[in-house]
Design a protein around this ligand. Structure first.
Ligand code: GLC
Length: 514
């Protein structure tokens, strides 16, 4: 039996607003993506994950959905979507789409009905509760800052929103909600999607007692402390979702966004009859530190291996600061990010990359007046938010639009990106783009890198050394994180993150075949 495609796939995340604009309104769209599919094909990834493109008022740029079975008119039509999927499949590319089941937009017909009449059946789809001691029903805070409850003046009750007030949480204990989402999944599966990325997949059910939760200070990037989430009801739900996907040909996949530090708890969601993949966020949030990275890799492989599931590695997405910036910025950050790419692509399991990562883009410092992320506004500017990693992709030429749009890009693009456009990098053998293409090609061609057994080798402090071996060939991945110059093991160097001799300096990595 052939192994399912998703077990070691390389998936390229497209933040739809920021990839390519076909109609000059400054916002990326589906036809823009379609026109760039040959780029993805040449890049050598297996497929793409598209962030939400459904009709949305845009309070959280698409993560506030007002209709789950249509396309936002600013981004295209259902027909555009169908052609995009058909073209992608013709090029051998998979298409995974984002599903946002935890909350709707406050403009969704269900929520409008719920507000307009407390007796309306749609009211039961949401979490409305009376207040406590003149305030909200409990102490929950929104992930975007401020309280997680907003008062509905008309009824005097509060409604729950773990994110912005424009994103009311659905009540997943309501069976109509469950049935609706099964219908929504089928709608897109019927249209040929290869899978779903499930937004905040651990949040759907809330503990029925809505108990107060102790918020750790400072608020960590992981959600393990959110005891009213991660409810046991999720597992039968995801088993049902899996059965639905398995009813379709071609291996339809789910990848869960579950931001937990405890990998054993996380792995419960990818047991054989549940979801297939779950992002590993401990690796993403880790410092550039060899021992810490080794620990994260080990924990993940142990926990996921324990349930027979592949790990899903990721270092960038549309919610976090670009990697070169997180790794210290400047020349040092850029070098480390390239070394990390070799680490990422040599680990066993699926890999997710974020558009622009292959170009080596850094976080953009934006003037406050350009910011759009609700996090910036809900924290009164205390947190800058996520716009800096969402600046559109520079394709060619120069400012203001770098070939992204014929209009004005929705976020300003830095002048320095002249050197970093796809066109500028395409023909430079030493560019970040060329480096990533080579890495993807090597991974595709190498059974050992994709499917081989993983084993650690001993290496000096500050370095990571492991091999992937399929019995015939063995590929070694050596990463000098922050150690002394590392003697490269004997063998043919397949690819290095920079020009190296026999010694790998700190901040560099190499693959060798032995
Ligand atoms: C997820 C998304 C993020 C969004 C949030 C609310 O974390 O990745 O962009 O803001 O869910 O839907």
């Amino acid at each position: 039996m052939t192994r399912p495609w998703w077990r070691n796939a390389v998936i390229y995340e497209i933040y739809v607003r920021s990839f390519a604009d076909s109609d000059g309104d400054g916002v990326g769209d589906l036809s823009g993506i379609r026109s760039r599919l040959p780029y993805l094909r040449a890049l050598g990834v297996d497929g793409t994950w598209l962030t939400p493109f459904y009709p949305s008022p845009g309070a959280d740029h698409g993560y506030d959905v007002s209709d789950y079975v249509d396309v936002d008119p600013r981004l295209g039509t259902l027909e555009d979507f169908d052609v995009l999927v058909a073209d992608a499949h013709a090029l051998g590319l998979r298409v995974v789409i984002d599903i946002v089941p935890n909350h709707t937009s406050s403009e969704h017909a269900w929520f409008r009905n719920a507000l307009s009449d407390p007796q309306h059946a749609d009211r039961a789809r949401y979490v409305f509760r009376p207040g406590r001691d003149g305030g909200p029903p409990n102490n929950w805070t929104s992930a975007f800052g401020g309280p997680a409850w907003t008062l509905d003046q008309a009824s005097g009750k509060y409604y729950l929103h773990f994110f912005a007030p424009e994103q009311p949480d659905l009540d997943w204990h309501n069976e109509t909600v469950q049935a609706d989402f099964e219908r929504i999944l089928r709608f897109w599966l019927d249209r040929g999607v290869d899978g779903f990325r499930i937004d905040v997949a651990q949040a759907l059910f809330k503990a029925r007692d809505l108990h107060d939760m102790q918020v750790p200070e400072p608020r960590p990037p992981f959600g393990d402390w959110l005891t009213a989430l991660q409810q046991p009801e999720l597992h039968p739900l995801y088993r049902r979702w899996r059965q639905i996907a398995d009813g379709y040909p071609g291996g339809r996949v789910y990848v869960a966004e579950i931001v937990l530090e405890d990998q054993v708890a996380l792995a419960q969601y990818v047991r054989p009859d549940e979801l297939q993949l779950a992002f590993n966020f401990t690796f993403l949030h880790e410092q550039w530190n060899a021992e810490a990275l080794r620990g994260r890799i080990r924990e993940t492989l142990d926990a996921f291996g324990g349930v027979g599931a592949p790990a899903s590695w990721v270092l960038e997405n549309h919610d976090v600061t670009r990697l070169p910036t997180r790794y210290g910025g400047g020349e040092e950050g850029r070098r480390r990010a390239k070394a990390a790419a070799l680490l990422l692509l040599a680990l066993p399991g699926a890999v997710f990359l974020y558009a622009g990562q292959e170009l080596g883009l850094e976080e953009v410092e934006l003037p406050d007046e350009c910011r759009e992320d609700p996090i910036f506004f809900r924290t009164n500017g205390e947190q800058a938010g996520r716009d800096g990693c969402r600046v559109p992709i520079p394709w060619s030429g120069g400012p203001p639009a770098f070939g992204f749009t014929t209009g004005t890009p929705w976020l300003p693009m830095p002048h320095a990106w002249v050197e970093l456009t796809v066109a500028a990098q395409e023909h430079h053998s030493s560019s970040s783009l060329a480096f990533h293409r080579t890495a993807f090609a090597l991974r595709r061609e190498s059974e050992a890198l994709r499917e081989g057994m993983f084993s650690w080798r001993e290496s000096p402090p500050g370095t990571l050394l492991f091999e992937r071996s399929d019995g015939g060939a063995t590929v070694l991945c050596a990463v000098n994180v922050d150690g002394d110059p590392l003697e490269l093991p004997a063998g043919d160097v397949l690819l290095a993150s920079e020009e190296v001799g026999s010694l790998l300096p700190p901040g560099a990595a190499a693959w060798t075949r032995i």
